[in-house]
Design a protein around this ligand. Sequence first.
Ligand SMILES: *Cc1c(COP(=O)(O)O)cnc(C)c1O
Length: 355
Amino acid sequence: MSRFFSARYAELDAYVPGEQPKDKKYIKLNTNESPFPPSPSVAEAVSLEAGELMLYSDPESRALTRAVAELYDVGEGSVLMTNGSDEILNFAFMAFSDADHPIAFADVTYGFYPVFAALNAIPCEIIPLRDGFKLDYKDYVGINKNIVIANPNAPTGMAISVRQIEEIVRSNPNNVVIIDEAYVDFGAESAVPLTKKYDNLIVTMTFSKSRSMAGARLGFGIANPALIRDMNTIKYSTNPYNVNRLTSAAGIAAIKDNAYYMDNAKIIAENREYTREKLTSLGFEVLPSLTNFIFARTPEVSGEDLYLGLKQRGILVRHFTKERIKDYNRITIGRREQMDALILAIEDILKEKRK
Ligand SMILES: *Cc1c(COP(=O)(O)O)cnc(C)c1O
C-alpha cells in the first residue's frame, strides 16, 4: 500500500480471481468457463464490427438490449447490459445499499459479495447455510434487509425453487432482492418472470458461463424499470460506455444462436452427472449440482493436497481456504475427455495415497 492510498480502502480485501497460469497448458477446470468456443457467427460479427472501433459504443446498448429483452420476454426498459455481471452486481450494491440499508447473504457464496459490500461501506448480515450447505429460504423471509442470493449457489451448486424466491421477495417489500443467476442455464429455474410482478427484484445473468464469452465481459440485469433507471444513474456516473462495440456485436450474435448454447449446456449437465457418478464410486462426497461445476471432497486426501496433486498432473481446479469449505474442491465441468482425464488423475492420486 502506498502512502497515498485512501484510508477508506485500507481494510479492503480485494476479490481473488481463479488463477490463469501461462507456464504450461493446463486442463482448466478452475474458473467455470465453457469448454466450447462461441458459435461461428460470433467471430464473424466481431470481425465486422472491428472496422467501426473509431466510434464510441452505443451507451444505451439498444440493439443488444432489444435482443435480450426479446429472448427473456420482458420490456426493453427492464434490461440493463453491463461489463460482465460483476458490474451489474456492483451497480445494484451501490444503488440500493448503504450504511442504513445493509445487505444479507450466505456465509458460503460468491466471494465478490463481501468485496462489493466492503468497497461501498455497506454492512453485511451473514446468514450461514444449513447442514449440507443447504440454503433455507425461511432464513430470508421477512428479514427487512436487502438480500443477494446466487441461485444456484456457488461454489456449492445447489438451488432453491422460484416459489421460495417469490416468498423471499414478497416478504421483504421494502428491500431489494438480487438473484444472481450466473449458472441458471445448467438446470435451475429462472426468477425472471417474477420481475414483472414485483418492483423489488433484480435478476442478474452473465454471458461468461453458458454462453462461452467469459473473455468478452458481458452480463445484464432484469428488473422493474424504476430499479433499472436507478442503476443507470450509477452507470452514467462511472462508465457510460461500459459495453464495448466488439462485445456488443458478439452478444447480439450469441443471442441469435441461443439454441447452440442451450445444447452445450445440456451436454455439460450430462458430463456433470457422469463425473458425479465416477467420483462418488471413488469414495467422494459430491454435492448435488445444477451448475457447470461440482463441489466435492474425499476423506482420503485433503482439499489442498488434491488441488496440488491435480495441478502437478496438469489439471487446475479451484480450492478455497475458508474454514468451512477447505476440504472441498470446486471442479468445473468440461468436455467428456477432460473429465476422463480428471478421473484418471484422481485415481492416480488416490493410488499413491493408498500405497
Ligand atoms: C461467474 C459469476 C459471476 C459473474 O461473472 P462475470 O464474468 O462478471 O459475468 C457472478 N456471479 C456468480 C455466482 C458467478 O459465479
